[in-house]
Design a protein around this ligand. Structure first.
Ligand code: PLP
Length: 387
């Protein structure tokens, strides 16, 4: 088994979550819309999960809707909120370093006539209140800014940014996919109107997520059909997935203090070990970052996919950036947005640690990384021919 250090891409399923899910794959398979007992049992479970998820996020059960994951949650909120405010708000403010689930969706909406302002983060991945306020227009209908970045791990100051939007009565969405389960997330303290999350980032199953929506009657559905989720998200509910997501989030919150302390220790060890190499730089904010999130730029290599392949040969799973763009040899849009030039923006390395990683894992990864960097610098220097 390789040593897994790519927890920002996805996480292993928690044993507790798996155990909780199994009955809903086996005997409790009823459709929650059915009126006989087998269906009503799963309907009750679904509503209990909604209340438990809401409690984890400081929300009301009526504000939680289940989806198929982060991408659907982002799509629903952006498309729905923009459609709902078509008359008033033709302008959306976001950042240049959001996940593509947000950026690509807004690009498509732009083609349909929406106007989008993309705020440029600073080198550390921060967006200021002044930047946001300066971008607000009379026709701004939505602000969408992520809570934590998936390439450099910076945690943004959403309470301050959301307050600005609220002062102007503009709805605020935060993509909290990387943050939920890793740092405390309370929708009231954040002051947001919409939030997206995804179970597989906090040791829940893949393919299930949720939307927090403060004013559900203002959000038209993305998926229409059988009218599930109060007519707002049709489709037979993924009951095992929802049960697993709920169990995983509760477990993540119960263990957050312990896990954070462990991850901060490992993170320090990893970052200082990697920065001991010449020509390697930490990316993102050294202070406000997700626990266990180590992200770097490695000078003197053609592209970090070669580094990822080398590390794979050594038995370690690490990433060149986000999972969705890991196979492409392009520069990361996130690193470009942070102001790095094109050549360096292809040399990102992301090592995201998880609760199951140990100090020995970190030490072994560091030894392997030293060898891998030397080899890639020798064999694939900048300007190398792609083979
Ligand atoms: N938003 C962010 C910040 C992410 O990191 C991801 C996944 O990497 C997504 C959205 C998409 O989530 P999902 O994989 O559940 O569709």
């Amino acid at each position: 088994m390789p040593v897994y250090m790519d927890h920002a891409a996805t996480t292993p399923l928690s044993e507790k979550a798996l155990e909780a899910m199994l009955p809903y794959f086996r005997e409790e398979f009823g459709n929650p819309s059915a009126i006989y007992s087998l269906g009503q049992t799963t309907k009750n479970v679904l509503e209990k999960c909604r209340a438990r998820m809401a409690a984890c996020l400081g929300a009301l059960p009526t504000e939680i809707f289940f989806t198929s994951g982060g991408t659907e949650s982002d799509n629903w909120i952006l498309r729905g909120a923009c459609r709902a405010r078509r008359q008033k708000g033709r302008h959306v403010i976001t950042t240049a370093f959001e996940h593509n689930a947000v950026l690509r969706t807004l690009e498509q909406l732009e083609q349909e006539g929406l106007e989008v302002t993309r705020l440029e983060p600073d080198r550390k991945g921060r967006i200021t209140a002044q930047q946001l306020e300066a971008a607000i227009r009379p026709d701004t209908g939505l602000v969408s800014i992520m809570l934590a970045n998936n390439v450099v791990g910076t945690v943004l100051d959403i309470p301050t940014l959301a307050k600005i939007a609220r002062d102007y009565r503009i709805p605020f969405h935060t993509d909290a996919v990387q943050a939920v389960g890793h740092i405390p997330v309370d929708v009231r303290k954040l002051g947001v109107d919409f939030l997206s999350l995804s179970a597989h980032k906090f040791n829940g199953p893949r393919g299930v997520g949720a939307v927090y929506c403060r004013l559900p009657n203002r959000l038209p559905p993305l998926l229409t059909g059988g009218g599930q989720e109060k007519e707002l998200r049709s489709g037979t509910e993924n009951v095992p997935g929802i049960v697993g997501m709920t169990a995983a989030l509760e477990e993540a919150l119960e263990e957050m203090d312990q896990r954070t302390a462990h991850l901060l220790r490992l993170q320090d060890r990893m970052i200082s070990g990697v920065l001991a190499m010449p020509g390697v730089h930490l990316t993102g904010d050294p202070e406000n970052r997700l626990p266990g999130f180590c992200s770097f730029l490695v000078e003197g290599i053609f592209h970090s996919v070669y580094l990822v392949n080398e590390m794979n040969e050594h038995g370690f799973c690490v990433s060149s950036g986000s999972a969705c763009s890991a196979a492409s040899r392009e520069s990361s849009h996130v690193l470009l947005a942070l102001g790095y030039d094109k050549a360096l923006a292809g040399a990102g390395l992301r090592i995201t640690l998880g609760a199951e990683n140990t100090e020995q894992d970190v030490d072994r990864a560091l030894t392997a990384l030293h060898e891998a960097v030397e080899k890639v610098r020798r064999e694939k220097p900048p300007g190398a021919v792609l083979l």
